[in-house]
Design a protein around this ligand. Structure first.
Ligand code: NAD
Length: 489
């Protein structure tokens, strides 16, 4: 099996799916133990869409302030449920409990951010127009929006679409990842307990087949997707002849960190380790490639390795708390191990091997490999704790190497002068370009999206309001007033 094969597999049936979905049921498993976690029926797509269509007009007709108030009640429901919610996320996707708590906090914080963002980006505006009339710009919801969630942030990332979509007056059909339905169910229940009906905000468990059926359904008005590039491309292709549907694609990355001159070597190493290995490398913004100035290599790389050696890999509830947990399932661990072997057998030099202490569980150690000598480095997203290191001699080469990808999600420059950062910023093709900050952990107050294969120019985060409603321009006067000034007999 090769890294290329891993990519091909991503293009076809999603990893682990066979285990998670049968015709009638989906089942999720705890990555850290292999134990069954959640089992339930897949949704009936026609029913789900029909319910949403019936419920949508009344929801859209509610005053905006009511919908905002309901979102605040939702935040309170999440607060009440916070411990159970975090424990469920931690068990279901294997992330450390402290990190699952941070995810729940992000779910709560999304409410106020989305209210501010709706007001700023899609509020009503009145403009003066010719002939003393008024010009108004107001926004309308699209209708029924399908939200397709990924497994790695099973609550926060779908929620980042759901709240702005509901505030704008859309009905939402939420299909969580088949690997994390329990987390998705708690999220949906918090909305429903807050008073948003289970028809306006529907939980629709299922796998890729249900995802495809929802995307293709005549009764939906758009798809808000977060997941892999291959799935995103297939959704885009499916809706290529449907300009009437809004399609938002938040996809993966092959993100670069460029390491340049800095006196703060241990801080620089910490930024790299944080970016590459948080969430066991299962973040869309994780650093996959470290591009290092040749003369710094012997100082910085051993420092990064030494820090990575100290990271605790463990189960979510272990004490002392682990830095990172397992990857999502054994199929993902197999694919990553095969990809690491591919890099090794095609000229990669190991700095820190990818180890899997127990072949029956998906715990992987952080791995670092120098791929400078590889001729054709596969430009794929290896969604796990593997960092490739590439040496370069000058800054132009560093920028060219960082841009040497079809993706364009996140990039960071560590060290360097303000002038070098200006060059980096101006030349990097990515939706997030940072300086002396990790590639991960995007701000809620900023747009979040990528270019290339990372997104379709509809960033989420603070800009989610933009794709949840469309602007209507209206010229308005209380009485008709018009004369024909020229061309009359
Ligand atoms: P995935 O693409 O396998 O699945 C995402 C969702 O799409 C799931 O709900 C799945 O059931 C559904 N799906 C799968 N095939 C489908 C199809 N053909 N049609 C319709 N729906 C389908 O992604 P994943 O493995 O759950 O998540 C990891 C990926 O998500 C990584 O590539 C990561 O980079 C990306 N991601 C991106 C962002 C971002 O904001 N850009 C954030 C998190 C994760």
């Amino acid at each position: 099996m090769t890294a290329q094969t891993t990519l091909e597999r991503e293009a076809g049936i999603e990893r682990g799916t066979d285990r998670n979905v049968s015709k009638a049921e989906i089942i999720s498993f705890e990555p850290a133990t292999g134990a069954e976690m959640w089992r339930g029926k897949v949704c009936d797509v026609d029913d789900v869409v029909a319910r949403a269509r019936r419920a949508w007009p009344a929801w859209a007709a509610q005053p905006l302030t009511n919908r905002m108030e309901l979102m605040r009640r939702f935040a309170n429901e999440v607060r009440k449920e916070a411990d159970n919610f975090a424990a469920t996320i931690a068990r279901e996707v294997g992330k450390p409990l402290w990190e699952a708590h941070a995810e729940v906090e992000a779910v709560i914080n999304k409410v106020e951010v989305s209210i501010r963002s709706y007001a700023e980006r899609t509020s009503q505006r009145k403009l003066d127009s010719a002939l003393q009339g008024k010009m108004a710009v107001r926004h309308k919801p699209h209708g029924v929006l399908v939200v397709l969630g990924p497994f790695n942030y099973p609550a926060h990332l779908p929620n980042a679409h759901i709240i702005p979509a509901l505030i704008a007056g859309n009905a939402v059909v939420f299909k969580p990842s088949e690997k994390a339905p329990a987390s998705g169910e708690i999220l949906a229940k918090c909305f429903n307990r807050a008073g948003i009906s289970a028809a306006v905000m529907q939980f629709a468990p299922g796998g890729p087949a249900e995802g495809q059926a929802l995307v293709a359904h005549e009764g939906i008005d758009g798809v808000l997707f977060t997941g892999s590039a291959n799935t995103g491309i297939s959704i885009n292709r499916r809706l290529a002849t449907r300009p009437d549907k809004i399609v938002t694609l938040e996809m993966g990355g092959n993100n670069a960190m460029v390491m340049w001159d800095t006196p703060k070597v241990s801080d620089a190493a910490a930024l790299v380790v944080q970016s590459a290995f948080s969430t066991a490398g299962q973040r869309c913004t994780a650093a996959r490639r470290l591009i290092v100035k040749d003369s710094l290599y012997d100082t910085i790389v051993p420092e990064i390795k030494a820090l990575a050696d100290r990271l605790i890999v463990g189960a979510p509830f272990d004490e002392p708390a682990p830095f990172m947990g397992p990857v999502i399932d054994n199929a993902a661990a197999d694919g990553l191990s095969e990809s690491f072997l591919y890099l090794l057998s095609h000229g990669g030099k190991p700095i820190k091997h990818l180890l899997r202490p127990d072949g029956t569980l998906p715990f992987l150690s952080p791995a670092i490999i120098d791929t400078t000598a590889m001729k054709d480095r596969p430009d794929v997203e290896l969604f796990g704790p593997i960092l490739q290191v590439i040496r370069v001699s000058d800054f132009d080469e560093a920028i060219a190497e960082a841009n040497n990808t079809r993706f364009g999600l996140a990039a960071s420059l560590i060290g360097g002068t303000p002038q070098e950062y200006n060059r980096f910023w101006a030349n990097m093709r990515a939706g997030i370009v940072n300086w002396n900050r990790p590639t991960t952990g995007p701000s809620h107050a900023a747009p979040m999206g990528g270019v290339g294969l990372s997104g379709n120019h509809r960033p989420t985060g603070y800009y989610a309001a933009d794709y949840c409603a469309y602007p209507v321009a209206s010229g308005e006067m209380e009485q008709p007033r018009a004369v024909i000034g020229v061309g009359l007999k």
